[in-house]
Design a protein around this ligand. Sequence first.
Ligand code: RB5
Length: 149
Amino acid sequence: MIALGCDHGGFEIKEAIKKHLQEKNIPFIDFGAHSTDSVDYPDYAHLVCESIQKGESEFGILCCGTGIGMSIAANKHKGIRAAVLSDEFSAEMTRRHNNANVLCLGGRVINEEKAVKLADIFLSTPFEGGRHERRVEKLNALDKYIEQE
Ligand code: RB5
């Protein structure tokens, strides 16, 4: 299951990714936003991260104007490794090396075609493990600095 979220700045690319997932029969949950009305990106980042934390979704895709606000918000959640990127190489490497589980994209940075391509690469690239396992474990160990409610 893929959890999708966006604000007004990322609405169009989120819709393009959603359409692509529908065409490929990849199951997803769209946590909104559902229009280009102005909203606050942390609210949607939280819904998507919560879905991953409770095991409902394996990956999340969060779209805002730059992808940056979504990535900051997402990375404040335990167990979340969110990557903001705009190129194919980084989309592949953040899965191979960082085992990222949330992809953050900017609707004012990339077009719909690029967004779909990056989502495809991200969702189809496996984590390499090996020496990267230790590093990702160290990333996960930093979760202890996140204050839990
Ligand atoms: C909204 O105007 C914009 O700030 C937001 O979409 C995002 O780019 C924040 O990082």
